[in-house]
Design a protein around this ligand. Structure first.
Ligand code: GSH
Length: 201
């Protein structure tokens, strides 16, 4: 059985929990308090971070790598596109998310960030998401009609808007509707920890 070491408020761990629940197979989630990490976390992940996935003799870290493994191991419902061109485009977009958005999420999650750095991170996220918001006036999910790994990757950030203090601009209205679509999925609701439930009213 797969075991996921997961931070109870960690947006990267949240991505992996969403995929596990979307697949609907048996797994175990081990809650990790990132302020008092178990000693063996550094043995499993040299970067000493959650999430970590363990299955028999396989140990993986990095939410994107973990999620692609789960998707290939349990192909239904498939979250990466089947077509090689679309799959490559999806990987490129996932990479862009990390560079444009999640680099700032890291700043917001880092307890030692200065006030100035926190504000700059909030503004950068707000501006990037304002730019992509109009897409959701025309389509249901990131890739069109089908829920995919791109939606998984971004959902934990959208859930944390209030928690991070990110301003919602008027132009973001279609994005917020899209966010509600993601939040109403059964697997998303199941994926939430008590800490995450407390992030939104
Ligand atoms: N790029 C990593 C980021 C993981 C990460 O930043 N995890 C944070 C918690 S949200 C962590 O474990 N930090 C360790 C610490 O703060 O000591 C991924 O996608 O999995």
């Amino acid at each position: 059985m797969m075991k996921l070491y997961s931070g109870t408020a960690c947006p990267f761990s949240h991505r992996c929990r969403i995929v596990l629940f979307e697949k609907g197979m048996d797994f175990e989630i081990i809650d990790v308090d990132i302020h008092s990490k178990p000693e063996d976390l550094a043995v499993m992940n040299p970067y000493n971070e959650v999430p970590v996935l363990v299955e028999r003799d396989l140990t993986l870290y990095e939410s994107g790598i973990i999620n692609e493994y789960i998707d290939e191991r349990f192909p239904h419902p498939q979250l990466m596109p089947a077509d090689p061109v679309m799959r490559a485009r999806t990987r490129l977009m996932l990479f862009n998310f990390e560079r444009e958005l999640f680099i700032h999420v890291k700043t917001l999650e880092d307890g030692s960030s200065t006030k100035k750095a926190l504000e700059a991170a909030r503004v950068a996220i707000r501006d990037s998401l304002t730019q992509i918001a109009p897409v959701f006036a025309k389509q249901k999910y990131m890739l069109g009609e089908e829920f995919s790994m791109l939606d998984v990757a971004i959902a934990p950030l959208l859930w944390r808007f209030d928690h991070y203090g990110i301003e919602v601009t008027k132009a973001m209205a279609p994005l917020m509707k899209y966010a509600e679509r993601l939040f109403s999925r059964e697997a998303f609701i199941e994926s939430l920890t008590a800490n995450e439930k407390a992030m939104r009213k």
